[in-house]
Design a protein around this ligand. Sequence first.
Ligand code: PRP
Ligand code: MN
Ligand code: MG
Length: 179
Amino acid sequence: MHKDLETILFNEEQLAEMVTRLGREITRDYAGEEIYAVGILKGAVLFYADLVRAIDLPVTLDFMQLSSYGSGTDSSGDVQILLDLAKSVAGRNILLVEDIVDSGLSMHYLMENFRHRKAKSVKLCSLLSKPSRRKVAVQLDYCGAEVPDAFLVGYGLDYDQKYRNLPYLGVLKPEVYEK
Ligand code: PRP
Ligand code: MN
Ligand code: MG
């Protein structure tokens, strides 16, 4: 375990199990359809890469990036699109793929944005959800696990852009972000 972590919340095997389950649910629900999977940079990239391989249907890959929290630990509430999709979403089954839904502000904004884009369908798949931090309700069509209000890093999640490449998900020691 990385020295800056207090504990491991989900190890590699547990993450793989979650991804496999979500992939199965998605494959079952979208049977006969094609999926346009939109990964939200950067946090979702590791989960996204594993999830698309767990879906046994035709999947087109694309990415968006929203305004970041920067190095802080709290949401500003302002959401901006920093990188948009490469193609039109008209007539497509959009599956938004996130690492974590926290305040819900990012996904609330994006779901609303997609309602105007004439997609055939829009659903959300998030590896993690932190319900205790929610400021606005978001429908999570697929969710790996609900997590407590701790500072989580690894498997894509960062603190100040660090720890994303850890293959497991852990709780950061408070002394790391309190200094
Ligand atoms: C984090 C996380 C989600 C979002 C959730 O991204 O990856 O995308 O915040 O927060 P919310 O539900 O309160 O809107 P961040 O802005 O840190 O960017 P990153 O993915 O590049 O780390
Ligand atoms: Mn993110
Ligand atoms: Mg981040």
